[in-house]
Write a protein that binds this ligand. Sequence first.
Ligand code: NDP
Length: 336
Amino acid sequence: MTDIVLTLKEVRRLAYDSLLANGCDQANAEATADNITMAERDGYQSHGLFRLPSFVVSLKNGKLNGKAVPKIDTLAPGVIRVNGDNGIAALAQQRSRKALINRAREQGVAIAALTDIFHMAALWPDVEPLAEQGLCAIAMTASRRFVAPAGGSKSLFGTNPLAFAWPRKDAPPMVFDQAVSVMARGEVQIAARDGHVLPEGVGLDSDGNPSTDPQAVLEGVLLPFGGYKGSSIALMIEMLVAGLIGQPFSPEISAASNGDGGPERGGQIIIALDPDRFGDKEGWREHCETFFAEMLSQDGVRLPGDRRHARREAALVEGVRIPESLHRDILELSGA
Ligand code: NDP
């Protein structure tokens, strides 16, 4: 497969033009193009331009509201509900950020319950900006039923990503962002597209047998990481992003799907904590830095997010590579 190199400006332009040409208004196109560009910049291709054609399909068939106007309500002093108006999640996330930061600073803790959004993106862009403002942040969402509960061989949970961000003293925030499946489904799709074999333990085929063939796993089921432990985290996420806030559980997301391969309607939780309000205002930064230093003193240990930051540095200088065929397809979508 031949790749081409694009600058990040070109990536954003391509995404913005395609979204605008296919039903998004300026605000929705900008927020989504920013999100896609961040994914390409940090090396998360499975949430970059790769996803654009699926967004366009869902915009064209009317599942996605390209002109969504997110609405923010206060449900309790520490709880804001952000109704995404059936749009792509990026705009609702962007519009709710200021309110979430202000509430967390006022009260120590605040939660944004995002509803009626279509989320098919990486989660670190939802938490990193909060940690850049000195807050600790936790985000999670559900997806279609792709993952078997521990002991089972049929899908029930989504790939349910969980992201955590912690502010650092003189360094970018520490952020981890991980799917509850051994491998994110987007990565399995990319492996199938590129003809790669999967590592052992990623999933089962449709007969319930272990398989390293990405296509067989896409037709079968993914496994949670860490057996029953990952399975319980997937369960917790279902409770928080569906049960708690009146949004669909993963099987309900699948049942409502029109099968167009685009994102699906569901919920997301973003929790923000202000470490200055938990009793160690003067000490927490230094205390945590000492802990990070001890962790990093072991050979072979790195902080989550370091690889992403290294890719970011490289992309800012060298641009990013995308398959030529994907570039052609997107140019066509943008009407260029
Ligand atoms: P990875 O397994 O690639 O990485 C998970 C996390 O672990 C990252 O923060 C990564 O940091 C960190 N990490 C990896 N290796 C090490 C190491 N050796 N030491 C310390 N930390 C390490 O991610 P996933 O495949 O699980 O998820 C990929 C993306 O897919 C995520 O962004 C997720 O949000 C997204 N996703 C979105 C869904 C949706 O419905 N919206 C559904 C499922 C997934 P680093 O990046 O620096 O390597």
